[in-house]
Write a protein that binds this ligand. Structure first.
Ligand code: P6P
Length: 333
């Protein structure tokens, strides 16, 4: 494949497909630059005094790691001055972040989980950044949380970075899924995979099996059938992976198939699982569907869900199309 930069790819998408207005291209490039800075901070580890707890909690009631706070600040500072955003929202912030009056405002809304997989930070396991882009409603003057309450089908771009053995940026603007690898010597994102497609079948599943006793029957049935392997109704053996970094599990699935599950369970009745709709499930569902996969909450397509709260949670089943359809059908029997 001809090695082209993120900028050239975006300009070609803009020129050839008229898919990416220049303001959106600028936004994506700014987020890409922020992810390079986060990768640099993450890569320092203990040498950069960036490990460990920040001594604070986020709106989710989760202990914030120093790198959670650093990554959030990097994304806020990188995106405030560009003139392409009307507001931002983050897993790490209770309410939306408006653009300071000293800067021009744009027509896009950016949501992100600045550093997903925090429990892995201090033990050097892959973590990442997830982001989602919406257009601000027509005629919006002062942005509010309500302006973010748009279903995932309205996303104009979504992506994630994985800070692992390589640093990669995976992106969709609705025209396929493409992967860029960070060339650290040049400091440039280089296109390394174009039009990624998820195999429709798989032998690999991802779930935190320690929650098994809390699962509802459809999930128990689905996982038990896979554990029965070739001796059971599926007639083939399966493998399990659980990295506890959604970005790493999704990236594996994007590259070799699989199904990722974070279901609702009996631990907290009414709480639909752990993952958040706006800046985890929706961007990942957009990417997975653009790669030929599927993403549901067990009942409906994640992208069709009408959000009501900025930090609302949702059950997630995503990945290889035929497996997501199977486990979803079990919820409907
Ligand atoms: P558990 C990370 O905290 C995260 O939000 C996702 O990245 C990951 O898939 C999940 O939670 C891991 O959850 O319950 O296995 O620690």
């Amino acid at each position: 494949m001809k090695r082209i930069s993120l900028t050239q790819h975006l300009i070609e998408q803009q020129r050839l497909h008229n898919k990416i207005p220049s303001e959106l291209r600028l936004l994506i490039e700014v987020v890409g630059r922020a992810c390079k800075s986060i990768s640099h901070a993450v890569g320092k580890g203990a040498l950069g005094e960036v490990l460990g707890s920040a001594g604070s909690e986020n709106v989710q009631g989760e202990v914030q790691k120093k790198l959670d706070v650093i990554s959030n600040e990097i994304l806020l500072e990188a995106n405030e001055w560009g003139g392409h955003l009307a507001a931002m929202a983050s897993e790490e912030m209770e309410t939306i972040h408006r653009i300071p009056n000293r800067y021009p405002k744009g027509e896009y809304l950016l949501m992100f989980d600045p550093l997903d997989g925090s429990s892995n930070i201090d033990v050097n396991v892959s973590i990442g950044t997830i982001f989602s882009v919406l257009k601000a409603p027509e005629g919006m003057t002062e942005p509010s949380e309500q302006d973010f309450m748009q279903p995932g089908t309205r996303q104009v771009a979504a992506g994630y970075a994985v800070y692992g053995p390589q640093t990669v940026l995976v992106l969709t603007t609705g025209d396929g899924v493409h992967c860029f690898t960070l060339d650290r010597e040049m400091g440039a994102w280089v296109l390394t995979q174009k039009d990624i497609k998820i195999p429709e079948d798989t032998k690999e599943f991802a779930i935190n099996a320690s929650n098994q006793r809390h699962w509802f029957p459809p999930v128990t049935r689905y996982v038990d059938e896979m554990l029965a392997g070739s001796t059971g109704p599926r007639g083939k053996d399966f493998n399990m992976r659980w990295i506890a970094s959604m970005v790493a599990d999704v990236h594996r699935i994007l590259n070799r198939g699989g199904i990722f599950m974070y279901p609702a369970d009996a631990r907290e009745p009414g709480k639909p699982g752990k993952l958040r709709l706006m800046y985890e499930a929706n961007p990942m569902a957009f990417i997975v569907e653009q790669a030929g996969g599927a993403a549901t909450d067990g009942q409906q397509r994640i992208l069709d869900i009408q959000p009501e709260k900025l930090h609302q949670r949702v059950a997630v089943f995503l990945g290889s199309k035929n497996e997501v359809e199977r486990v979803t059908s079990y919820h409907q029997q």
